[in-house]
Design a protein around this ligand. Structure first.
Ligand SMILES: C[S@@+](CC[C@H](N)C(=O)[O-])C[C@H]1O[C@@H](n2cnc3c(N)ncnc32)[C@H](O)[C@@H]1O
Length: 357
């Protein structure tokens, strides 16, 4: 199967305009964020019937007319606002920047986690390390740092992570619980959201979370608050250490948005450890967002950008994968792809894998 994507059929004029959008992207991103965070978009939303005069916006928001003027004019080029007879109003794009949760989560993630660190993208590519992470401190990967990052950064990271996976959990229950598993291993279980969801969904199932110490400590706190500690266990391990085996005796091993945190070589090692841990009746479920499986161009665009977060900030060697990358690794690990469930949640695909006989 050959690899063919992309097209080049726009006019020269359009192509040159698009090149300028790229050339000025960081400036225009900050303009959009300022229009949102300084309350200008919100003011326009509230005055959408008649539109608003620039002076009124400035006075009501306690900003200078100069400041509001330069932002609104940038907003014209961003197609976030329009002006008719001196009255400014929101466009559909402006509406989404203000009100759409997906857009807000992505913008905060870009700004709070990535913006400064992406200055180190080229070094990261050359060195194979997340050089941008040093903007926050000295760590090898962001996963070691998660529990210690500043609160606003943590908030944006978790909002981004949870936005994508939370919606999918209810949808996957029928697949995960199809064969009535008694024990499920939630690898990369983070703060316990999936395990808690499963424990509430099925009163008999026993869950075990495996994650790094910082995340396990937070998961334990969440589990205790709900009194679920007899049904949800949590083990702190670093799975980058290839000598760490996955525990045996589980009917289902669950990995959600987990394997994209690893290089292809590391994924192979993790899948081989799944192979060693499962018996012939067990199943591995992998829930991922593959860039080739998206229904919307906007999703593919977001995933290609997210890959570079992994390069410069998260770990320096992983990405949002093409489904074919993952299929090849599954095949090499001794497992096989038993079932593919498409269109789960916002953008997920669910792979069910078994041990080859
Ligand atoms: C992107 S989050 C996904 C969390 C959750 N499964 C979900 O779907 O929202 C990846 C998780 O993998 C964990 N992780 C990353 N590297 C790890 C490692 N070396 N050992 C154990 N867990 C790791 C992270 O701490 C984090 O909780």
């Amino acid at each position: 199967m050959s690899f063919t994507y992309g097209s080049d059929d726009k006019s020269g004029e359009q192509a040159r305009f698009d090149a300028q959008k790229i050339a000025f992207a960081p400036i225009m991103f900050q303009a959009a964020k300022a229009l949102r965070d300084l309350g200008i978009l919100d003011y326009l939303m509230k005055n959408r019937r008649k539109g608003a005069l620039l002076e009124d916006i400035a006075r009501n928001l306690d900003l200078s007319e100069y400041g509001v003027k330069v932002l609104l004019e940038a907003g014209l080029s961003l197609e976030m606002v329009k002006v008719e007879n001196d009255r400014w109003s929101l466009t559909k794009t402006g509406y989404f920047i203000l009100n759409d949760e997906l857009t807000r989560v992505n913008m905060d993630f870009t700004n709070d986690i990535n913006y400064k660190g992406l200055f180190h993208l080229q070094e990261s590519i050359k060195n194979g390390r997340p050089e941008g992470l040093k903007e926050f401190g000295k760590w090898n990967t962001i996963y070691e740092a998660l529990s210690e990052l500043p609160e606003n950064v943590r908030k944006s990271w978790f909002a981004f992570d949870h936005y994508y996976s939370d919606d999918s959990f209810p949808e996957v229950m029928k697949y995960v619980f199809k064969d009535n598993p008694a024990k499920i291993l939630d690898v990369g279980g983070n703060t316990g959201k999936f395990s808690i969801f499963c424990a509430k969904h099925n009163r008999d199932v026993r869950m075990t979370i495996v994650d790094l110490p910082g995340q396990v400590a937070e998961a334990r706190r969440n589990i205790e608050k709900l009194g679920l500690e007899k049904r949800i266990d949590a083990i702190a391990v670093d799975l980058l250490d290839r000598s760490v085996a996955l525990p045996k005796g589980y009917d289902v091993i669950w990995m959600s948005q987990f394997l994209d945190c690893f290089s292809q070589d590391e994924i192979l090692s993790l899948l081989q450890r799944v192979y060693d841990a499962l018996d012939e009746n067990g199943s591995l479920f992998i829930m991922e967002t593959y860039w080739d499986k998206q229904r919307f161009e906007a999703s593919t665009y977001s995933l290609h950008a997210t890959s570079l977060y992994f390069t410069a900030i998260a770990n320096g060697n992983s990405q949002m994968y093409h489904s074919r990358d993952m299929e090849k690794l599954i095949e090499r690990s001794g497992l096989y792809l038993d079932e593919v469930i498409e269109k789960v949640g916002v953008s997920h695909t669910l792979f069910k894998c078994k041990r080859k006989p």
